[in-house]
Design a protein around this ligand. Structure first.
Ligand code: GLN
Length: 193
């Protein structure tokens, strides 16, 4: 199994090292040719407007959309979740727009720039997932085909899945808990077999 990590900007190295620790072949994706033969793609956290511009400059929109259309899983964390969203509140910034979700960038404002919280994520089992939020977006709406995977204690949505698409507002690559990465690899495995 070969998994790509979009490496134009942001926290790609952390995703790559977790995937390698799980025994997967990892490709850092900067050019369309890097997408050849991938079984899945992670779009990391960073700055979504920068990632969006660089994806355009490198001609990555069409081939990434094609990868998703072929059923390969695509997972966006934080800025990556913003890239996957069809709707970005108050912004017309470039995006993939693959997933039927609406997001609010920087939903937590300056006071809560970053925070950590234990989340119940039933899809990953019974023990809580320790989630790190950094200038995080929130999911503000989800379409009928979207399953919400996790909510903050106050009910606000922070992780979701739609067929082969996965979105987390937080950063599973910054903790030692690899269950989200395992879950993503499992999605890829299902498409492969
Ligand atoms: N707030 C950033 C954005 O809008 C996302 C932050 C992150 O990825 N850690 O792109």
């Amino acid at each position: 199994m070969k998994i790509g990590v979009l490496a134009v900007q942001g926290a790609f190295a952390e995703h790559a090292s977790i995937l390698r620790s799980l025994g997967l072949e990892v490709v850092e994706v900067r050019l369309p040719s890097d997408l050849a033969g991938l079984d899945g793609l992670i779009i990391p956290g960073g700055e979504s407007t920068t990632i969006g511009k660089l994806m355009d400059a490198y001609g990555l929109y069409a081939p990434v959309k094609d990868l998703a259309a072929r059923g390969k899983p695509v997972w966006g964390t934080c800025a990556g979740m913003i890239m996957l969203a069809k709707d970005i509140e108050g912004s017309d910034q470039p995006r993939l727009g693959l997933m039927d979700i609406g997001v609010n960038r920087n939903a937590f404002g300056r006071q809560a720039d970053s925070f950590e919280v234990d989340l119940a994520v039933p899809a990953l089992g019974t023990s809580a997932f320790h989630a790190v939020f950094i200038r995080a977006p929130l999911l503000t709406s989800v379409g009928p085909g979207v399953e919400v995977l996790a909510r903050l204690p106050d009910g606000r949505m922070v992780a979701a899945e739609q067929a082969n698409l996965l979105a987390t507002a937080f950063h599973p690559e910054l903790t030692a808990d690899v269950r989200f990465h395992d879950h993503f690899v499992e999605l890829a495995r299902k498409r492969v077999s």
